[in-house]
Write a protein that binds this ligand. Structure first.
Ligand code: CA
Length: 219
């Protein structure tokens, strides 16, 4: 599932964006100031960030400098409609710039354009002998559909989108279960074991000692 971070201190706007993106099928996370956003970015990966410029304490431009090396596309949100800000935002590497107030349809259209540009909307992923149809949410091996539970499917997508990367148990748990990792929890391990068996990834999905799991496969 595509994960979007919304960094916006005005709660009504943040809520409106979150609900609209959720309806459009995106997973969202909200941060209400720059420091909170930086904290969230340390432990979770995102496909896109919607970033307000006027934020308490750390502003959007400063946060952009922190985000830039992560190579996550950013769309700035701002009430300030000055040419200087617009140029500065784009100069800093933002993909787009939306002036508040905006129509939610416009926001969705721009989000889709940026995700397409970053090939984040692939409807078909081929990896490790599987074909994953991300629109139908179906997984095939040799043309046969493999039945997966919703959590197994999300887990598979997480690995398929991060091949070669060691993913921490905590990160996996927080991304799939959307809550803090309960200390010592074996939930992730249990799900990975079941998934591995179902999709035949016994030789591809490896445990990484003291970390979590890594998928050894190329797309
Ligand atoms: Ca603001």
């Amino acid at each position: 599932m595509i994960q979007i971070l919304i960094v916006e201190d005005e709660k009504p706007i943040s809520n409106l964006i979150r609900l609209s993106l959720k309806k459009a099928g995106y997973a969202c996370c909200c941060a209400y100031d720059g420091a909170e956003a930086a904290d969230i970015l340390e432990s979770r990966r995102f496909d896109l960030i919607l970033l307000d410029i006027m934020l308490p304490e750390i502003d959007g431009f400063s946060l952009m400098e922190y985000i830039r090396p992560m190579e996550i596309p950013v769309i700035f949100l701002t009430a300030r409609n000055s040419v200087a800000d617009r140029v500065k935002g784009l100069d800093m590497g933002a993909e787009d710039y939306i002036v508040k107030p905006f129509e939610i349809m416009e926001l969705l259209a721009r989000v889709n354009v940026v995700l397409r540009r970053y090939h984040k909307t692939d409807t078909e992923l081929r990896i490790g002998g599987l074909v994953i149809d991300t629109q139908a949410m179906l997984v095939y091996r040799d043309g046969e559909a493999i039945p997966l539970t919703p959590k197994e499917y999300e887990l598979l997508l997480l690995f398929a989108r991060n091949p070669g990367i060691a993913l921490y148990r905590e990160t996996i748990y927080e991304r799939i279960w959307n809550e803090d990792f309960p200390y010592g929890s074996k939930t992730v391990d249990l799900h990975v074991q079941r998934l591995r068996k179902k999709i035949g990834w016994e030789d591809l999905l490896h445990a990484v000692p003291k970390v979590g799991y890594r998928l050894e496969a190329e797309r």
